[in-house]
Design a protein around this ligand. Sequence first.
Ligand code: HEC
Ligand code: HEC
Length: 273
Amino acid sequence: MLRSIGISLLLAGANCIAPAQAASPNNPLGTGPEAVAAGHVIFNRTCTACHGTDGAEGERAPALVGDRRFFRLSENAIFDTIKNGILGTAMPALGLPDDDIWRIVVFIRAMRASASDVDVPGDAEHGAAVFSGKGGCLKCHMLLGQGGIIGPDLSNIGAQMTLQHLRESLTQARPIPIGYRPVKVVTRSGETVEGIAKNEDGFSIQILDFHDKLHLYDKSELRQIVHGTTSLMPRNYDQALTPGEYQDLAAMLGHQVTVKLHVKDQGEGEVGR
Ligand code: HEC
Ligand code: HEC
């Protein structure tokens, strides 16, 4: 009995505090492309003395776009940061008009959005045909339980990557992630096995070959180990495909979501760290 009174008093207290915390106004401008473009201009003009251009890491301040875990997530939290600065750090209050701050907020959120959060234009159905046909992606990638395992599973790729990162994956050389380094070995008995090194230490190596078969070798059994320096992932899909096919493939990948990684909206989880 006593306990339940205590709880209801606590709840009543929380209700009283709530209005005072919701100090910042709501975004009056919407999240349309004009606001994003205007925010981009103001950001690159006002913030890049410390942050990098386009949200990258700068000389004196962290990146504002990238791994989501470290960011202030909600619109209001970003707004408050830009309006008031962060006390005790080099992040100043910049004295911008509220509307300009909202434009920057919208820009930052658009840059952070996963591909599935933005509506990638194109014919996703045709993109799926390119994926399994001309693109040859299924040879190496699993999609909803079908395909190869030499590359990462792409079933949830739209929720995992920004659109920009997705396009770069298809068109630009990147460092090879651990577990995907190409390798070729020759055993003492003269057998050659080629694939990617899933695990490797000073004494042993585990190789996934191109027929999706795993091999585990003690390095003393091997006559030769040659590591490849380029990823097996082709990086020329903007050229190997027609512009239409490439666009439709991007639309298909952008829509490819099994588990939505929720982007918090106003008022929710103020700081993401
Ligand atoms: C004088 C340098 C400086 C300028 C100018 C500056 N910042 Fe910052 N900013 C920082 C630093 C340093 C931090 C990291 C503070 C910390 O340690 O938490 C930061 C952090 C932030 C964060 C919080 C990052 C997060 O999500 O946790 C946001 C958002 C931000 N800045 C936005 C802006 C915007 C927008 C502008 C331009 C209107 C701007 N900053 C201008 C130095 C600066
Ligand atoms: C010959 C095998 C092969 C083919 C064909 C291939 N990929 Fe890949 N892909 C890989 C490998 C291996 C990786 C991981 C290594 C890397 O990122 O460099 C990868 C990485 C990726 C990534 C990055 C995934 C992540 O989590 O970082 C994406 C996206 C991708 N591929 C999409 C595609 C699409 C779309 C196609 C078809 C148009 C395709 N790949 C065709 C082997 C292939």
